[in-house]
Design a binder for this molecule. Structure first.
Ligand code: GTP
Ligand code: MG
Length: 203
């Protein structure tokens, strides 16, 4: 995908502040520090469009971006970071669920897993919500560079078994090596096309 333009639109927490849903939308979710913002910068071919941090749990808002004037992308707040205050942790669930239930333009959620970590309760909760809401999930395993190539298969198999998703559904990605970006783009484009076709069939 050639990214001609990518711009930050706004941050929001509640539906009344979301930008108008004029474009097909793709959201990026996963635990804090998993590499959501880094993945977005790589696929958007911008160094620092999306703020990354070595302090997990910093992004507590939904951040909306517009790509090539044709796709909306949302960096969702991460979850599961121990040091985040309880009051903030309590907001995460309702904020994400409200978003998933109130965004008809949402075509798919790219869900990130760290290659070195076993998925936890919040990951499984989010996968359940996506299924309940009928939203396509694009599972991506990131930080692939942190594990030897010879161990990739084993890591993918263990994450797949913890989530109940087939191993073949996962795409390996590394923001450091910039690998996997084309695969992620292909899945995003397919999700948008599928949704447009479904809308044409049942407007
Ligand atoms: P929150 O916004 O806090 O939820 O985190 P995030 O999921 O957006 O993670 P972010 O992209 O900020 O990355 C967290 C840390 O992991 C940063 O120090 C990144 O440089 C590092 N990181 C992200 N992706 C990769 C990767 O593929 N490989 C390696 N080695 N490091 C990565
Ligand atoms: Mg982030």
């Amino acid at each position: 995908m050639h990214v001609k333009s990518a711009e930050f639109i706004k941050s929001a927490t509640a539906p009344s502040h979301y930008p108008e849903a004029l474009l097909p939308e793709i959201a990026f979710a996963g635990r804090s520090n998993v590499g959501k913002s880094s993945l977005l910068n790589v696929i958007l071919q911008r160094k620092n469009l999306v703020r990354t941090s070595s302090t997990p749990g910093r992004t507590q808002l939904l951040n909306f971006f517009c790509v090539n004037s044709s796709i909306s992308m949302v960096d969702l707040p991460g979850y599961g970071f121990a040091k985040v205050p309880l009051s903030v942790k309590r907001q995460w669930g309702p904020m994400i669920l409200t978003y998933l239930q109130n965004r008809p333009a949402l075509c798919a959620v790219v869900m990130l897993f760290d290659i070195r970590r076993t998925p936890r309760a919040e990951d499984l909760q989010l996968l359940d919500w996506l299924e309940e809401c009928g939203i396509m999930t694009i599972p991506v395993i990131t930080k692939a560079d942190k594990v030897k190539r010879s161990q990739h298969k084993e890591s993918v198999a263990s994450i797949a078994s913890a989530t109940g998703l087939p191993a073949a559904a996962f795409t390996l990605f590394s923001a450091l090596k910039r690998s996997g970006a084309e695969d992620v783009w292909e899945l995003i484009e397919t999700a948008i096309t599928d949704r447009n076709m479904a809308l044409d069939a049942h407007p």
